[in-house]
Design a protein around this ligand. Sequence first.
Ligand code: HEM
Length: 408
Amino acid sequence: MDVAALRWSWNRITAAGPRAAKHFYATLFVIAPETRTMFPTNMQHQEDKLLAALGHIITNIDNGDALTAFAHHLGADHRRFCGVDVEGRPVPLAERHYIWVGQALLATLADFVGSEWTPRLRDDWAAAYEFVAKLMLAGAAASERLTPPSWQAEVISVERRRSDVCVLTVRPNYLCNYLPGQSLPTQVPALRTWRYLSPANAPRPDGTLEFHVRATGRFSTHLVRRVAVGEVLRLGHPTGTALSAYNRAPHRPLLLIAGGTGVAPLRAIIEELQQGSGRPTTLVVGGKSPDDLYDHQALLKLAASAPAMDATANGFQPWLRYVPTVEIGWDWDGEVGRAADTALRMGPWRDADILVCGSPTMTQATIAALKASGIDPDRLLVERFDHSVYPPLAAADTPTPNLTWAAR
Ligand code: HEM
């Protein structure tokens, strides 16, 4: 297989951007109209995901272990994508779907590569796709024996904390294992679309999950404005490695920096630490104004309940320090400044592992500030908290060398 040829020909697809993805889906839905009901009505996000995943696979095509881990996981995860037949019965994803997707992919490549699309290049692409498709099917078959493809979760409480932020608790009908810091694919069945939500709590014996949602798109706006107690959501298997690697060196102090609903997975990590013996941890939560600190009361309570440990040169202190900080605040007697600046003022953080979680803009600015201050990038664990991005790809994009989806 000529890997260099796969990569240059793939560049024609990336150069064409969303046009290529639109072409791919239009071709797929002509070849196999029955696949249309598997996808959301609005395809905008799916188009980005497909390109990102295929680009990632091509980049790693000669990296056997990483590719296998990624494709196995993606294949197992694809079990939750069912179609429906004419009588409305679910149609699970099977080998024929992969054949149709392969045909649509080759047709799209042929059109975008143009006169340089040779029989040899076609054969190389067909072999590469078949290899990945078989890995995905093997991943699906292996997980079939162990877990359901997806399961229901009933909303048992809804707390609207601001006009655009809500905290909801759900009770799933399947007890799944997740690591604090991971995300679960979540579907509002009426919208047919899946997004990622990260629980704000460590796993509980009753399996209930608390999600924090900020209205940014159709899915999150439904949860913030419309969802009611009794509504049933659908959940899939947890994914994401970035933040859940917080325990890789338990002897190090932790600095957790959050913006917006990025506070949720960090709270889950703190709850998990609390169930053990604790670990010197500083949680800095930033907002533009005090109104942005929607989880302030819960975090104050959590910090107040953290017992003391002999973790510092000054002797016994609570292992958890909670530092809210705002950029503008009348009548605010706490820290003032962006989360990164406040955290840096409280340093040095030479020995600490640093977890950052927030919007793409917040995480980018925070990483830049931390790196500019001389912090070793190997100490940074970063999750861009974007409900629509497939977490293994978000982690793979993060410019921090120690994070890789292959670790899962
Ligand atoms: C090499 C083959 C494939 C790759 C690399 C791939 C990649 C992806 C990725 C990365 C996602 C996003 C997952 C997420 O955000 O949770 C996705 C979603 C999806 N894929 Fe695939 N996929 C492949 C094959 C297929 C096949 C054969 C089908 C069935 C026709 C399929 C149907 C779907 C559906 C229905 C979604 C969810 C769309 C949504 O709700 O947004 N995929 N795929």
